[in-house]
Design a protein around this ligand. Sequence first.
Ligand code: ANZ
Ligand code: ZN
Length: 872
Amino acid sequence: VERYNPKESEPKWRAVWEERKLFETRNDDTRPSYYVLEMFPYPSGRIHMGHVRNYAMGDVVARYKRAKGFSVLHPMGWDAFGLPAENAAKQKKVHPREWTYENIATMRKQLKSMGLSLDWSRELATCDPSYYRHQQKMFLDFLKAGLVDRKTAKVNWDPVDETVLANEQVIDGRGWRSGAPVEIRELTQWFFRITAFGQELNDALDGLTRWPEKVRLMQKNWIGRSEGLLVRFALESDAAGTDEVEVYTTRPDTLFGAKFVAVAADHPIAKALAAKSPQLQAFIADCKHTGTAQEAIDKAEKLGFDTGLRAVHPFDPNWTLPVYVANFVLMEYGTGAIFGCPAHDQRDLDFVNKYGLGNTPVVAPEGTDPAAFVVTDTAYDGDGRMINSRFLDGKTIAEAKEEVARRLESEIRGNRPVGQRKVNFRLRDWGVSRQRYWGCPIPIIHCSACGTVPVPDADLPVTLPDDVSFDKPGNPLDHHPTWKHVACPQCGAPARRETDTMDTFVDSSWYFARFTDPWRTESPTDRKAVDRFLPVDQYIGGVEHAILHLLYSRFFTRAMKKTGHAGLDEPFAGLFTQGMVVHETYRAANGDWVEPGNVRIETAGSDRKGFDVETGAPITIGPIEKMSKSKKNVVDPDDIIASYGADTARWFMLSDSPPDRDVIWTDEGVQGAARFVQRLWRLIGEIVERTGGKAAQPAQSGAAALALRKAAHRALDAVGADIERLAFNRCVAHVYTLTNAIGKALDAAAEKPQLDADVAFALHEAAAIVTQLVAPMMPHLAEECWHALGQPGLVGEAAWPVADPALLKDDAITLPVQLNGKKRAEVTVPADADTVAVEAVVRADEAVQRALEGRAIRKIIVVPGRIVNVVV
Ligand code: ANZ
Ligand code: ZN
């Protein structure tokens, strides 16, 4: 048999698939649909191994479901707006559009070389006006529906990139790209009112049973629903222009451990007092340097300013607490005011330890001596019973919370209850304004007479001007000479276009819906198509998108439902987050990173040494880390595909680790995959030679033929089940098992000049089955094998075979035998043996006899298929 040559075979089969439009999905197909989607790539330049892994997995599911008779939707597009294009424009003087479309062309070619079963006729790019015009339309529809807001907000301002940063883009108080210290600014911004769906977005997570538990948890934490109590503390003086301060607490049970009350730096009480106190003014100004990011606030030293005000404890008129302005209290959360209970909250404890306010524990862990329970440096936030808390003593936390809420709700001061239960969310509205060129223009016109005026439908899309300059810092749309100057659509007076563009997360919040009918011009979606294909049955992508992208998409889907663009709540029925591709790192003597291609590894036993390929200089082998350009431990998919073929790359990606774990890319691993490609090809070739093609099934099968048929049908059954649960590495293992069985059967028949008819049949059947089993993973090789076997049509078009249930039955099973509850022996019995037969085997078993030591058996209890209990 000639060696398999992927360089010839792979492009050939891709051309056949393309010519037959094998992967184009018709919207009028009446078969049940299945929507497989991998998170679409940002066109950064070239695909990386992470893409290869992500798309290889999606392709297995797509090809498998297609073979199972579904009308599979498996599209691809480009998340094409974003900052890197503008950075490239600045550095390389190339227009963002040009840069983006060049990258798309390169990456499309690369993806095509992987042999993915994608419907390229649906390809879209979010930077294309044919896409973003619909996004503008939906922005305006959301505005009408009350889901868009314009309000001032504190933002993280990057003074170098001159843009607003999301909290996640602030790392240790610095801009993620520029590294410049972030400043806080107040800007008028556009917001999507995601908080309108806070409760729904929280509750619906419980129904997403095909999502990873950890992702659901991350979303829950982000939404941050909490049940608490609003409590009005009376103030002893009205020096701040008010006689009370209202706090929000989730721990009303700890009220008797309160040591202070604190308000945010921009709380009205702080502002009122600051008017008369320059020291307080200075303190408030200082608080602004911390940034708006939660992380930064958590890390910053807890600082306070004693206002001199005293707040009265709600359960004791003679007990007053100092009122501070504190840097760790946020105006945007709850009421912007808290009471601090240091014994049970770390922030409060750090605070009192600094200002000498003391602490009194009010919850003691179950079983500890309350008198001996003290808190010093670490707050206790665990479970327990109330202590030092008057009428609450002895109650559980839950009981105490309830009791405090009940009492304060029924206590009336000035016509209002002192306490009121309240559900709070950590989730904030989604600020979508970006002061950037390469994004979707916000379709609004500002008129001094009419205010903010939506761009009329007929004038959509608002397209980006081409002739922009990146020489000046700031937003090129803002300093374009003409673009922003327009007439007001309402009154005709000179007006100004909104120059902010949308956060690129908006672009990726609905692309999955657009794929269902990407050709449509009249509206963003066709409801028939959306209803047919959504929700996405299987979404696959990186866990780094577990919070924002998925949450925004979930919001968008709800907003699209409200505005008639979709009819469902949850866009992704199944979600899978794949692990990363990691690789060893290498360093030269001078500390420079060295590319894997320049390192030769010598192995002696478990000892591995690295040498420079050219100079022979020693290279230090470093830890295994995520492939990244900065550490030069990347392997270029193009190189791998060029030397081994796409199938080998795909096979290795799928074979080595469970798909949710990291996979370590190694040369040896890839070579192993390449050897398997040749091995399978050789086996198929031998089978073709020996059997001379498909034969009729003989009436009887001998033991050898039966064993092979069983191996084949078992593998078939197992691979199907494991693809369904995305356990691709296990699928690979089943294929190996089957190829071994095929190899053995061929070896056993090697002596015979003429194959027995039953063995010939079994070999050909097993060859056809193994070909179909590898087809979702190594589609090109599978076509070549299919063709060699003389099978009709393409394997890419063939229906998934059905395993014969008779061949799946286990012949024999092994049961543990217990004597008075202790395992003493094992017996092997026919799988269909009845209780009486099993009992007989157990009685006769030598090990059982030995263990009996002459005692008589009183009773034998057989749990069929599980265990046997012998009672003596
Ligand atoms: C008293 C208390 C005692 C608290 C205790 C906690 C532990 P979650 O669960 O995230 O909703 N808090 C309330 N508003 C705040 C604000 N604007 N800025 C900073 N902290 C604020 O958090 C609710 C808890 O965070 C509240 O419960 C409050 O402190 C604090 F042993 O009240 B707690
Ligand atoms: Zn006007």
